[in-house]
Design a protein around this ligand. Structure first.
Ligand code: NAP
Length: 287
């Protein structure tokens, strides 16, 4: 099967690589061509100079760029992916974006007799590199069933959440959870340090009980050590939380704690931590 992958960032680069390694015939596009050349050297496959050219003749076109506007830039217009896609082919957007954008693209795709799925991912850089991402999907069931076995090249789990936009809504919930969990850990680990507890013994014990979480197990070492130069960037998190706040205005959900944590992330940005991992919330206590 011929597929395209648009956007070879931290996430897209390894995801596209897994597709090629799984035997799909992958054509990639990246705005900065050097990255596409590097990808081709590493994995084989082909590269194109525009998203439309990459999408030509492909049954499925995947995309993973930055935000709503970036997705519009690579999917719409004469050089956008949709322009190159044949009727009945499927556009799958792995970008974390708004549910509104998903509905907009779905409408455009449908008017051209093409299909669209919003499919944001969770699992971070390591999840993408190890091919064990979780995918939250919005769209039609029969379209999802066609794409699911292909996404298995880089995903350990994918789930149809409901109609188009539902994948993005699920991702918003995911990010709201993370904000609260990480702030809780930041406060707890700062307390533990001041109380003179041994970090390894502490986490080995409490992670097995009701307080355990992915963030606790995977981030405690670096949080205690004050290392944040890796992982899921604060800039990305604030982009994601802004999307959730906008949606909450529409559905009436209150997000008092998430708003507070967003303010803490803003402080971290102001102190130069834009690219730091979200676990850098603990840095506010280490001054
Ligand atoms: P990244 O490393 O910054 O890569 C972004 C990619 O999108 C690059 O290939 C970039 O091209 C391309 N791009 C951005 N704007 C573009 C535009 N206007 N036109 C064409 N190409 C454009 O980002 P990432 O970490 O892979 O994240 C991608 C998406 O996945 C984001 O929505 C993010 O929120 C989400 N996500 C990330 C993680 C994570 O841990 N990193 C986890 C889950 C979800 P250039 O190479 O030319 O800059």
């Amino acid at each position: 099967m011929k597929v395209a992958f648009i956007g070879l960032g931290v996430m897209g680069y390894p995801m596209a690589g897994h597709l090629q390694k799984a035997g799909y015939d992958v054509c990639v596009y990246n705005r900065t061509a050097a990255k596409a050349e590097q990808w081709q050297k590493e994995f084989g496959g082909t590269m194109a100079n525009t998203p439309a050219l990459a999408a030509k003749g492909c049954e499925i076109v995947f995309c993973c760029v930055g935000n709503d506007d970036d997705v519009r830039q690579v999917t719409l217009g004469d050089e956008g992916a949709l322009a190159g896609m044949a009727e009945h082919s499927i556009l799958v957007d792995h970008t974390t974006a708004s549910a509104e954008l998903a509905r907009e693209l779905d409408k455009i795709a449908k008017s051209q007799h093409k299909f669209f799925l919003d499919a944001p991912v969770s699992g971070g850089q390591a999840g993408a590199e190890n091919g064990v991402l979780t995918v939250m999907v919005g769209g039609e069931a029969d379209v999802f069933e066609k794409v699911k076995p292909v996404m298995a090249a880089y995903a350990k789990f994918s789930q149809l959440m409901g109609p188009v936009g539902s994948g993005q809504l699920a991702k918003m919930v995911n990010q709201i959870c993370i904000a609260g969990v990480v702030q809780g850990l930041a406060e707890a680990f700062n307390f533990a340090e001041r109380a003179g507890l041994d970090a390894d013994a502490l986490v080995a014990t409490i992670s097995k009980g009701a307080a355990g979480s992915w963030q606790m197990e995977n981030r405690y070492k670096t949080m205690f050590a004050g290392e944040y130069n890796f992982g899921f960037a604060v800039d990305w998190m604030r982009k994601d939380l802004a999307i959730a706040f906008k949606e909450a205005e529409k559905n009436g959900a209150e997000l008092p704690m998430t708003k507070m944590v967003d303010g803490f992330y803003q402080e971290i940005q102001e102190n130069g931590g834009n690219r730091w991992d979200t676990s850098s919330l603990i840095s506010r206590f280490k001054k």
